[in-house]
Unconditional design. Structure first.
Length: 154
């Protein structure tokens, strides 16, 4: 799903860069369309999906080949269970959506480590992970877990 982050230039122009990672900063309709396309893949068709390169903070189109011989596709993302369009179309497109319920202290530790690894200062990383966009997004994700087919605990 991260391959559907909007490009940094688009976020900058829209003024949404400070909340990058929020549901409205993704091409959600494009992601749902890709999942539909994969579900209906023809036997002679290779479908290409984007990826996200954290080191440059940008999506890269056409980076993942989905071959017709692949019987299972596993996708991941924070908003697969959101109850707002177009995210809410995903349960009709995917066979299963599981939710990995991570303890808050573990989630916070991982976010801090990731932000610091990619150049954030520890104080800025803490703000983003708790009261900033990651904190808000985390609450949004938790509220959607009731829609999961399976709830896993870490």
């Amino acid at each position: 799903m991260d391959g559907f982050h909007l490009a940094q230039q688009v976020l900058d122009e829209a003024g949404t860069a400070p909340v990058k990672g929020a549901p409205h900063t993704f091409d959600a309709a494009g992601y749902v369309a890709l999942m539909r396309r994969i579900r209906n893949q023809r036997p002679d068709e290779i479908i290409y999906a984007p990826t996200f390169r954290r080191e440059i903070e940008e999506p890269i189109a056409g980076a993942i080949a989905v071959l017709p011989s692949q019987h299972y596709v596993i996708t991941e993302g924070n908003y697969l269970l959101l109850d707002e369009s177009p995210w809410s179309d995903l349960p009709s497109v995917l066979d299963q959506i599981w939710f990995l319920d991570t303890p808050e202290d573990v989630r916070l530790q991982r976010l801090l480590a990731r932000h610091i690894h990619f150049g954030w200062s520890p104080p800025d990383a803490l703000v983003r992970a708790t009261s900033g966009s990651d904190g808000v997004n985390g609450q949004t994700v938790l509220a959607s877990r009731r829609r999961a087919n399976l709830l896993l605990t870490e």
